[in-house]
Ligand binder design. Sequence first.
Ligand SMILES: Nc1ncnc2c1ncn2[C@@H]1O[C@H](COP(=O)(O)OP(=O)(O)OP(=O)(O)O)[C@@H](O)[C@H]1O
Length: 230
Amino acid sequence: MLKLEQLEIDNGGFLMRADFVVPAERKIAVIGPSGAGKSTLIGAIAGFHPVVRGRLVWRGDVLNAVEPGKRPVAMLFQDGNLFPHLSVAQNVGLGLNPDLRLTAAQSEQVSNAISRVGLASMADRKPAELSGGQQSRAALARVLVQARPLLLLDEPFAALGPALKNEMLDLVDELVRESGATLLMVSHAPEDARRIADQVVLVEGGMAHPPQETGGLLDNPPPALRDYLG
Ligand SMILES: Nc1ncnc2c1ncn2[C@@H]1O[C@H](COP(=O)(O)OP(=O)(O)OP(=O)(O)O)[C@@H](O)[C@H]1O
């Protein structure tokens, strides 16, 4: 369970508030207008923005002062952050060891993650030799190999066309179910939330509202959400 207890987050002077609980193994979409604070919220959970009030608690442990690399978190951004001079296998291996000196067992984990996202035949290619969708898969494999219980996605598939994006969302859904991870995913698209999320956190004007059931919220949006959905 992830608890955001009366959190106040500072992102370069922008203050963001949140006070809610995410039960274990839940899939949450974080939606809301541009500039409302979605990335700030996710970034604070990952440890990139300081919590200036309240407590961030994961399974009973207070994370406020825990450095990003030591948090139970794997994060995927829109551009995937693949290194162009490294192969798919090396990029994925970075998820386990930044200096890429992997044990045999770790190399096996890398191979398994690459197979799991359907790139087994492309492990030696560089990112430029992959399509956009394949690059997304490689970035997802790097997240997968870290085997962290809390998965944070910040508009990871926004650059993909609708069919490919849906394919990636379905793959994330499968992987999250298999691993029992908890998912928080920022998206601009309500249809993404419907496709993958049990619940939605609506962020508006520096305030993250408690999660609500996806169908109910999107079918009967409150005024702030109605304005955003248009
Ligand atoms: N480094 C920074 N310094 C100061 N203010 C910042 C910084 N980064 C972001 N902000 C401000 O914080 C607010 C929230 O930004 P954030 O990126 O969290 O919004 P968002 O909801 O993710 O937006 P978008 O949907 O456009 O990505 C914005 O008003 C933004 O201008």
